[in-house]
Write a protein that binds this ligand. Structure first.
Ligand code: NAP
Length: 509
């Protein structure tokens, strides 16, 4: 949601209407499109700013990109894949899977690709959403925002960075034309993206400076290729894939106890991480530099087997002095040291709690989502609806994020909820549905109470999980099966509703 509509042909296009418009086609938007098709609700469109499905897996093509959740769990429950080549899939294989699913379920012709939504505004009089995009205007009875939290790259506000004259790009917008071979490269950030990039590029660059602000916790990555026999078994032995998926799910869910309920238990994982650190980094000075100073789990736990060994390479330096400024061809740290570089990789994450897309959505009372969030924080109801935004649903909205297991599980829970909401609207002949503010407030009070004892709040770190009010508005603070239970059915009693004109007439007669 960013570019302006300038093309005259596009501006003159007549406004198109669809009953439901889905914005974004990553795992979430695509999954909902498939569900709507399966339900025979074919009057929908998916507006996708990229030129294919896949979302974050289409965009994050940086060297080493791979998933931290095992393959058999990180896939749709309705489309298991016996052919995963590894226990943890790499970006290319996941993207291929998503593309294949979109073709198999026949939903690609419902997509408008390269369609960048620039604004969505609720019209109270006609009870429709008015949408502007790089491909013209649309109206919709219902809009589903499926853009996700990790779509808008965050660039660091560092003095002079715009004046850097070498190659500079964000991890999520990798410039594959830039040849880093033999170059002096700097990378800013040591999050999930950076710790995959560093080992992937270190062997080919001349020098690599890793600018670390906060040392992350690392755990072993239990990744390995699947043998041919295993893949055959997954394909032919009935129930084996489901069993493997269920076992991974159950094992991962045990982490919720430590993360969300009894953070002291996280010390067990801390012992594992410390042993790994001791085993993989011999140099005490480097080890001290990369030893985290907060409870494990407070920030996202990372998994890697090659990050620490890469830091120990002679051509890699970990720089912890803090960046004072970026110059035309160098970085100067706060201690005054200047390091010359040819290329700068910015692996500084995403606008999660302050997404620019929030400025482009205007609700019932004329306020944008940003303005509403400014006042109350990034709050919603079941991560799926927000008061003041009638007939709008969110996939991956507030407090549905996870640090321990598959987001696809949460997405499918929300798809159940939204699909049931759309069916309820039709069945009851509703013109509008808008979550009641008192229900939203009570829901968030409960969430924040649960979160107050979690490692994300008590663990002694600052992270992108917290919004500017200091509240964790990104993560789900309980077992994921509890979220599944709560989103099984659309609870229309939690909503203010209005009847359609035809139904109002019938009631009046
Ligand atoms: P991230 O986790 O937000 O990490 C950003 C890094 O940049 C942090 O080390 C941060 O330091 C640093 N940083 C930010 N602003 C800075 C500044 N002004 N100066 C210096 N350092 C700065 O971003 P990410 O690595 O792209 O990952 C984002 C999320 O994407 C992950 O948490 C995960 O959910 C997902 N992801 C998943 C995978 C996977 O499954 N393997 C891979 C990549 C991404 P501080 O820690 O001090 O803030």
């Amino acid at each position: 949601m960013s570019r302006k509509v300038t093309d005259k042909a596009v501006v003159n296009r007549p406004t198109r209407h669809a009953k439901t418009i889905i914005i974004g086609s990553g795992f979430a938007g695509l999954g909902l499109a498939i569900r709507l098709t399966q339900q025979g609700r074919n009057d929908y469109l998916v507006l996708e700013r990229g030129s294919d499905v896949g979302g974050t897996w289409r965009d994050n093509t940086y060297p080493g990109a791979a998933c931290d959740v095992p393959s058999h769990l990180y896939s749709y429950s309705f489309e298991l894949n016996p052919n995963w080549s590894r226990s943890f899939s790499r970006q290319g294989e996941i993207q291929q899977y998503i593309e294949k699913v979109s073709a198999r379920y026949g939903v690609r012709d419902k997509h408008l690709f390269d369609c960048d939504v620039t604004s969505a505004r609720w019209n109270n009089d006609s009870a429709v959403w008015e949408i502007e995009s790089s491909q013209g205007s649309f109206t919709a009875d219902t809009v589903v925002s499926a853009v996700g939290a990790l779509c808008e790259p965050a660039l660091p506000d560092i003095k002079g960075i715009n004046g850097f004259e070498g190659e500079v790009f964000h991890s999520a917008r990798w410039n594959h034309d830039a040849d880093l071979t033999g170059k002096r490269v700097a990378i800013i950030g040591t999050g999930a993206s950076a710790i995959q990039i560093v080992p992937a590029i270190a062997p080919k660059v001349g020098r690599l400076d890793v600018y670390q602000r906060t040392a992350p916790w690392l755990l072993p990555r239990l990744d390995r290729p699947y043998t041919k026999a295993e893949r055959l078994a997954f394909r032919h032995v009935p129930g084996l894939q489901r069993l493997s998926r269920a076992a991974i799910y159950a094992a991962r869910e045990t982490q919720v106890v430590g993360l969300a309920k009894v953070p002291a238990l996280m010390q067990v994982l801390e012992l594992v991480a410390k042993a790994k650190l001791r085993g993989e980094i011999r140099d005490p000075e480097l080890r001290a530099k990369v030893t985290p100073n907060f409870r494990i789990g407070c920030k996202r736990m990372l998994i890697s087997n090659d990050y620490y060994p890469t830091l120990a390479r002679p051509n890699v330096d970990v720089v912890t002095d803090g960046i004072a400024e970026v110059r035309k061809n160098s970085i100067v740290t706060k201690d005054g040291t200047e390091r010359e570089i040819d290329a700068l990789i910015v692996a500084t994450g995403f606008h999660v709690t302050d997404s620019p897309t929030y400025d482009t959505i205007t609700g019932r009372d004329g306020r944008t989502l940003s303005e509403v969030f400014d006042e109350i924080g990034q709050q919603g109801y079941k991560g799926s609806t927000i008061a003041n935004f009638p007939n709008m649903f969110f996939l991956l909205g507030p407090n549905v994020g996870l640090g321990h297991t598959s987001m696809v599980y949460m997405i499918e829970s929300q798809i159940n909820y939204v699909a049931d909401a759309l069916a309820t609207v039709d069945r009851m002949g509703l013109r509008t549905v808008e979550v009641r503010r008192d229900m939203q407030d009570a829901y968030n009070k409960d969430l924040q109470q649960k979160l107050s004892g979690s490692v994300w709040v008590t663990g002694g770190c600052s992270s992108w999980y917290l919004d500017k009010h200091g509240n964790n508005t990104t993560l789900w603070p309980d077992f994921t099966f509890e979220f599944r239970r709560r989103t099984k059915r659309f609870d229309v009693a939690a909503y203010d509703v209005s009847l359609s004109r035809a139904d109002l007439k019938a009631v009046a007669q």
